[in-house]
Design a protein around this ligand. Structure first.
Ligand code: SAM
Ligand code: SF4
Length: 460
């Protein structure tokens, strides 16, 4: 289990308070070598407030993002299967005693209905989300939902990767989750500051800080090598949180040889029946939020950064360039929300900042020159954990990512896009192909031709 050293974090932050411009530039130069940063470097960047230096920080993040991820942006949708919960997280609408929402957990027919609605929009990747109180079957409920999701097809569309965000499990349960064929197991510590954690998680199994922070160790012990960590920003000082996040990452790297696959960075949003959510104790403003994305991109260049629809379209657009590599789109956080076509405020977990349908998000992403990707190749070819990092670090993964992004984007355009999005997307594909190196270009052209002639799920 990672032991968060709060004293060390306090000392590093205090020492970097008066970091000079030359110290900042030294760290930025180091970051551009793509080997990541240590705690002292992260603290130096966190101290930047001068607008000119901030601009240099953002430029460095853009360079690193472009070098590692190119112009791809992976898309997914959260699938909320149940809002039943036995915990008392004071910021969440799903908390046990909250009477402001209607409780609902989907049966397997309803899960399949949600999946059909998502597949008909063009989604290929979902993140299964649930509160911590399952219907009668207990944890088996989650396994049954995963089985239903993978078994549901509409025409030649299907969900090809199910990531999971559910409460911490035992090693034995994690092993069953792995056997169910999940992609990433995702869990946010919410806050790494123990006293704050205890003050906002007042009852239920989640009130045990240690059980939660040990979850990724248990997942990895059970053989799940793709894990996603995160912080719920605005509960405590963001500078502390990112340094603690670094300690968690280094712990996983030291113990298992591989760090997390993704980092999520939700900010607290208003939630029905929660005063805490509307009055965040440590609000993170938009400048600080962009800074967090940029610093994480430099500190852990090979770890994906996920931005959800909690944020507005404008903030999402700005952070693509700074380091975000995955986004959710067209999301609903109320169970049943996709098939019923509505976002029901009194069943949802929190307020969304981006309400646009998938097609509109895709048109927007493409108009900014990013390639929307539905790729699920690595996970299905077993390129996960250490195998993934072995390809990512020398820059070899790009040779797979770019062709896979293009082929899955073309699938989307041919099968699901509106005429306007399709026209804009086809032009983007032409443009991207023209700028490619000969080998990936040849591979991409072969794969795109296969998709044009009717084949689906073409990947390398
Ligand atoms: N129940 C499980 C748990 O707590 O880990 C998994 C699902 S929970 C619905 C997923 C995440 O939603 C939480 O980890 C938390 O970070 C986030 N969340 C809860 N309330 C929120 C709010 N008001 N604004 C933004 N994110 C919130
Ligand atoms: Fe339940 Fe998760 Fe919400 Fe906490 S954050 S109340 S555990 S659903």
């Amino acid at each position: 289990m990672p032991a968060i050293d709060e004293t060390a974090i306090g000392q590093v932050l205090a020492a970097s308070k008066a970091a000079s411009a030359s110290q900042v530039r030294e760290v930025l130069a180091k970051a551009q070598a793509l080997r990541g940063l240590d705690a002292e470097d992260v603290a130096v960047l966190a101290s930047v407030s001068d607008p000119a230096l901030l601009a240099e920080l953002f430029d460095a993040a853009r360079t690193v993002k472009e070098a590692i991820y190119g112009r791809r942006l992976v898309l997914f949708a959260p699938l909320y299967v149940s809002n039943l919960c036995g915990n008392e997280c004071l910021y969440c609408a799903f908390r046990a005693t909250n009477r402001a929402i209607v409780r609902r957990s989907l049966n397997q027919d309803e899960v399949a209905r949600e999946v059909r609605a998502l597949v008909e929009q063009g989604h290929k990747r979902v993140l299964l989300v649930a509160g911590e109180a399952y219907p009668r079957e207990g944890f088996d409920y989650v396994l049954r939902c995963i089985e239903t999701i993978y078994a549901t097809r509409v025409g030649h569309g299907e969900i090809r990767r199910v990531n999971v965000n559910v409460a911490p499990l035992t090693v034995e349960q994690f092993a069953r989750l792995k056997a169910a064929g999940i992609g990433t197991y995702q869990l946010f510590q919410e806050t790494y500051h123990r006293a704050t954690y205890e003050a906002v998680h007042v009852a239920g199994p989640k009130s045990d800080f240690d059980w939660r922070i040990g979850a990724m160790d248990r997942a990895m012990e059970a053989g799940i090598d793709d894990v996603g960590i995160g912080v719920l920003f605005s509960l405590f000082d963001w500078r502390f949180e990112i340094l603690a996040l670094m300690q968690h990452i280094r712990h996983l790297e030291q113990r298992f040889g591989v760090g997390p696959h993704t980092i999520s960075m939700p900010r607290l949003e208003p939630a029905a029946g929660s005063d805490l959510a509307s009055q965040p104790p440590h609000p993170v403003d938009d400048v600080a939020f962009r800074k967090i994305v940029a610093i994480l991109r430099l500190a852990v260049p090979y770890t994906g950064i996920i931005m959800s629809t909690r944020e507005t379209p404008k903030m999402r657009q700005e952070t693509f360039a700074l380091g975000v590599s995955q986004i959710s789109a067209g999301s609903r956080t109320n169970p049943g929300g996709y098939a019923e076509g509505k976002d029901v405020e009194n069943e949802a977990q929190f307020s969304l900042g981006d309400h646009r349908p998938l097609d509109e998000v895709i048109a927007d992403v493409a108009s900014m020159g990013y390639i929307p990707s539905f790729c699920t190749a690595c996970y299905r070819l077993g390129r996960t954990g250490q195998d993934f990092m072995d390809l990512a670090k020398p820059g070899l993964i790009k040779e797979h990512c770019d062709p896979n992004a293009l082929s899955t984007f073309l699938e989307y355009l041919m099968d699901y896009a509106s005429p306007r999005t399709k026209a804009a997307g086809l032009t983007l594909i032409e443009h991207v192909i023209e700028g490619m190196q000969p080998e990936p270009r040849r591979r991409s052209e072969t794969m795109l031709e296969a998709v044009r002639s009717g084949r689906r799920d073409v990947f390398c």
